[in-house]
Ligand binder design. Structure first.
Ligand SMILES: [Zn+2]
Length: 239
C-alpha cells in the first residue's frame, strides 16, 4: 500500500513538473513569452475564432474604430472559414496560432505538441498566405515542452496582461465594462473571445462581449486613440 501511495505521489509530482509548474513559472517570470508590450497603448487580442456569426461583427467594429488586433485562431476553424481569415488580413490584423484544435497542452507529449503546432501553423499559412509568428496555447497552458517546441516552429508565445472572463454571459452583463476600463494602461495586452464554443464557455457570450466592447471603444477613443498598431508588434518576433 505504502509503495502504491509513493508511486502515485511520484507520478503526480512528475505530472506537475511537466504541466502546472512550467505554466506558473512562465507566467510569473515572463520568460520566453510576451506578456506586455513596451508600446504606448493597449494591444487587443482575440482567441478561439473564427466564428461565422461573431467574428465578422467584431471585424466590422474594429474597422469602425480603425483598430488592428492579434487574432489567435483555432486552425481547423481558419480552414473552415477562409473568407473570414481573408477579411482579417485585408483589414491589417495579425494572425496567431491557438492550436489546430482547441486542445490541451497538458494532455500532450512533446511529440504531440510538435505535431499540433506544425499542423496548425501550416494550415493557417495555407489559408492566409502569410507567415505565422505568434502563438498562444489554449487556456494559457504551458508544459516543459512548450518553449522549445514553439521555438522550433519559429513561434513567439504571447500571453496577456489582462483576462476578463468574457466567455460567460453573466460576466459580460455585470463586471466586464468596469474591468475593461480599469485595465487601461500602456503596454497592456487584453484577451477577449470571439467564439464561445469551448468547454466552460457560453456559446452566445461573444454577442454580449461585443456589446461591451463597442461601448468601451466608444468611450476610450473619445479620449484619444489608446490602441497600438501592428507595425509595432513586429519587434516581438524573436526568431
Ligand atoms: Zn482558447
Amino acid at each position: 500500500m505504502k509503495k502504491i501511495v509513493a508511486t502515485a505521489a511520484t507520478a503526480i509530482g512528475l505530472a506537475a513538473a511537466y504541466t502546472v509548474l512550467p505554466t506558473y513559472a512562465i507566467r510569473l517570470s515572463s520568460y520566453g513569452v510576451v506578456q506586455r508590450t513596451d508600446q504606448k497603448g493597449i494591444l487587443l487580442t482575440f482567441d478561439d475564432g473564427p466564428n461565422p456569426t461573431y467574428t465578422p461583427q467584431l471585424l466590422a467594429l474594429l474597422k469602425q474604430y480603425n483598430i488592428r488586433a492579434i487574432f489567435f485562431v483555432v486552425a481547423e476553424k481558419a480552414e473552415k472559414y477562409p473568407e473570414i481569415m481573408h477579411q482579417m488580413i485585408a483589414d491589417g490584423h495579425v494572425i496567431g496560432l491557438h492550436h489546430y484544435t482547441h486542445s490541451d497542452s497538458y494532455k500532450m507529449t512533446p511529440r504531440m505538441l510538435d505535431a499540433e503546432l506544425l499542423k496548425g501553423k501550416e494550415a493557417i499559412e495555407r489559408v492566409t498566405q502569410q507567415p505565422v509568428h505568434f502563438y498562444r496555447p489554449p487556456w494559457g497552458k504551458f508544459t516543459l515542452a512548450t518553449l522549445p517546441v514553439a521555438k522550433k516552429h519559429a513561434l513567439t508565445p504571447v500571453m496577456w496582461s489582462k483576462i476578463f472572463g468574457d466567455w460567460k454571459v453573466k460576466t459580460c452583463q455585470t463586471t466586464l465594462q468596469n474591468k475593461l476600463h480599469h485595465a487601461v494602461k500602456d503596454g497592456a495586452i487584453y484577451v477577449l473571445h470571439d467564439c464561445g464554443m469551448n468547454p466552460g464557455a457560453d456559446d452566445e457570450a461573444p454577442a454580449f462581449m461585443l456589446q461591451q466592447l463597442e461601448k468601451f471603444l466608444r468611450d476610450t477613443t473619445a479620449l484619444g486613440q489608446p490602441f497600438t498598431e501592428p507595425v509595432n508588434w513586429k519587434r516581438y518576433v524573436s526568431h
